[in-house]
Ligand binder design. Structure first.
Ligand SMILES: [Zn+2]
Length: 220
């Protein structure tokens, strides 16, 4: 099972025709002036956001790539942010502004917490060797924590990632995680995992489902 940050299988979408166009002929940005999603590829207009948002949403099954909020839905006054993992600002990584592997669908909370911060330790959910369980665990009060059994380097990466996306600093996020965990415990086993937020909570409910085990694990 795919496991928040839930592991993302990006390769599967590399062959999409619009992704291919971008990979093969993306322009370079120098970070000057205002960033524009509308670019030109092989002499033709290409609205990167319009073309690739549907692909990105399919890739994460409409979840935020970082906190696993669901469902991301497009509204005129509140468009879904596409997050540049490597910030596109002039003094950071403008050359990656139009790079396919640098684009993630995000919720407003994660994007506005991260801004253009970056740290080399920051976890990237489409990395080959990334999985939630390698780096994180969830406590009973809805907090994400570095996994107790992870090595020190992995613990540090989890800590940096939690900090940069504010994954334990947003009150709504914490209370929502707690609420959903209680729901999931009540209705487990759950067979439509991808239609629910914070899927990592569900994955901590092991089969066969024993409520006492999970309650011991989370609420003591
Ligand atoms: Zn988010």
């Amino acid at each position: 099972m795919d496991s928040t940050m839930i592991k993302i299988n990006r390769k599967k979408y590399d062959s999409h025709p619009d992704v291919q166009r971008l990979i093969n002929a993306a322009p370079r940005w120098d970070g000057e002036g205002k960033f524009n999603w509308r670019i030109e590829i092989e002499g033709r207009g290409f609205h990167l956001r319009k073309k690739l948002l549907p692909v990105l949403l399919e890739m994460t099954k409409k979840h935020c790539a970082f906190c696993d909020y669901y469902p991301l839905s497009e509204e005129l006054i509140n468009p879904i942010p596409i997050e540049h993992f490597f910030p596109k600002s002039k003094n950071k990584f403008p050359e990656k502004a139009y790079e396919w592997r640098n684009l993630f669908p995000s919720c407003n909370g994660c994007t506005s917490k991260k801004k253009d911060r970056f740290d080399e330790q920051l976890l990237k959910p489409d990395e080959e060797d990334y999985s939630f369980d390698t780096f994180f665990e969830v406590s009973g009060d809805g907090k994400l924590m570095p996994s107790k059994i992870a090595d020190s380097k992995s613990k540090e990466r989890a800590k940096v990632t939690i900090e940069i996306y504010g994954l334990n600093k947003r009150g709504i996020l914490l209370s929502e995680r707690k609420k959903h965990l209680r729901d999931y415990l009540r209705i487990a086993p759950i067979d439509d995992i991808d239609n629910r937020p914070y899927r990592f909570l569900i994955e901590n409910i092991k089969e066969p489902f024993n409520p006492d085990d999970v309650i011991n694990r989370f609420f003591q």
